[in-house]
Design a protein around this ligand. Structure first.
Ligand code: F6R
Length: 369
């Protein structure tokens, strides 16, 4: 069952290129036109949507944060991402022009079920992005866009997360096209770039010895921080969550731009900090800003572990360790940058002798509120 791997999680991490490829499969034609037949919501309704609310918990909520950056950019529709457990308790503004996207691997997360019921009562249409056929969340939604990651056995989510992000991209591109926000050529180009992602993820997986060695050395670490910006921010949150769940190490993810507003006080000599660096080819000088964050924390003695795009030499002077990932368009980067963080957590927990498939106190589906 584990296919020769030491844990289901180790196997599921290696299955990620396939999970992404299978989630893309059959959802576009040779010309790059998207065909989301499952999206059985009237096109007129989808065209009239004036707000998208993503509801999810845990790792799935970080897929939702990635979706926010992508969908707002491609579709020019405001996207809110809300933790399912908070949603219905704050009297949210939701109506018939709101499209709710409920993201759940299991389809049985009670917080998300209760949140989507509340949204539907207010007249919102709900699309489920789900990995489990016939589960409650897609059954109670207006439409379901399934992730085809295959069964995820390990309690901590890995391949389902990459598949969720992929499905969110497809949904965003589909809506952009439907609403005429982008030229077809541009959408086709992004669809082409999406198709190249499984090979890029494979490339990351083929070069992980450095991360594994580092994780084994760091088995006694007591606290690790993760910094990211733009789509690197949810990746930082996910890196921290994986490390808490699997290795029981205190970990926190921050938006890199917030460093100076507080978290920099935590930096002391030896503090391990992962930094997810945006592409130097991206716009908005974000790359330079994150490099300067690395410089600042390096100057305060932090041990900086930098995840950067191949060819990015600017980070080298301030990094204790650089993990390179293949070049990708900025919005698609989470599919490669999160992989070393998953492997780091899995390997470190294994080095501590912990059961990575069944972390203490956690359940695969959280069916209580
Ligand atoms: C993290 C993890 C949890 C789940 C969360 C939502 O590794 O597994 O944070 O992501 O409980 O679960 P689903 O996606 O099944 O609704």
């Amino acid at each position: 069952e584990k296919g020769g791997y030491s844990s289901f999680m180790a196997k599921e991490i290696m299955d990620q290129p396939q999970a992404v490829a299978d989630t893309l499969l059959g959802r576009y034609d040779v010309e790059g036109n998207l065909t989301l037949d499952e999206l059985r919501i009237d096109e007129a309704v989808l065209r009239s949507v004036d707000k998208i609310v993503v509801l999810a918990a845990g790792t799935s909520s970080y897929a939702g944060m990635v979706a926010k950056y992508a969908i707002e950019h491609w579709c020019r529709i405001p996207v809110e991402v809300e933790l399912s457990s908070e949603f219905r308790y704050r009297d949210p503004v939701v109506n018939a022009r709101t499209l709710v996207v409920a993201i759940s691997q299991s389809g049985e997360t009670m917080d998300t079920i209760m949140a989507l019921r509340h949204a539907r009562e207010q007249g919102a249409k709900v699309v489920a992005i789900c990995n489990t056929h016939g589960s409650t969340i897609p059954r109670e939604s207006d439409a379901a866009l399934y992730t085809h990651a295959g069964p995820e056995i390990a309690v901590a989510s890995t391949k389902a997360f990459l598949a969720q992000i992929t499905a969110c991209y497809l949904l965003g591109l589909y809506l952009a096209r439907l609403r005429g926000n982008k030229f077809d050529d541009e959408i086709r180009e992004i669809v082409g770039q999406l198709q190249a992602m499984p090979d890029k993820i494979q490339k990351v997986l083929d070069g992980l010895e450095q991360v594994r060695t580092m994780a084994r050395w760091m088995a006694d670490t007591r606290s690790v921080l993760f910094l990211g910006r733009h789509v690197g921010f949810p990746v930082a949150m996910e890196g921290a969550l994986k490390l808490k769940e699997l290795a029981y190490i205190h970990a926190e993810g921050f938006a890199a731009g917030e460093l100076k507003h507080g978290p920099i006080a935590l930096i002391e000599p030896g503090q391990a900090v992962f930094v997810i660096v945006p592409s130097p080819r991206g716009r908005d000088s974000l790359h330079a800003k994150v490099v300067s964050n690395i410089q600042e924390i390096n100057a305060r003695g932090a041990r900086t572990i930098v995840i950067a795009e191949e060819g990015d030499t600017d980070v080298v002077p301030y990094a204790s360790e650089v993990i390179y990932v293949p070049q990708t368009p900025t919005l698609l980067a989470p599919l490669v940058t999160v992989v070393p963080l998953q492997v780091f957590a899995c390997e470190l927990a294994t080095a501590k002798g912990l059961d990575v498939d069944q972390p203490r106190n956690l359940a695969k589906s959280v069916t209580v509120e």
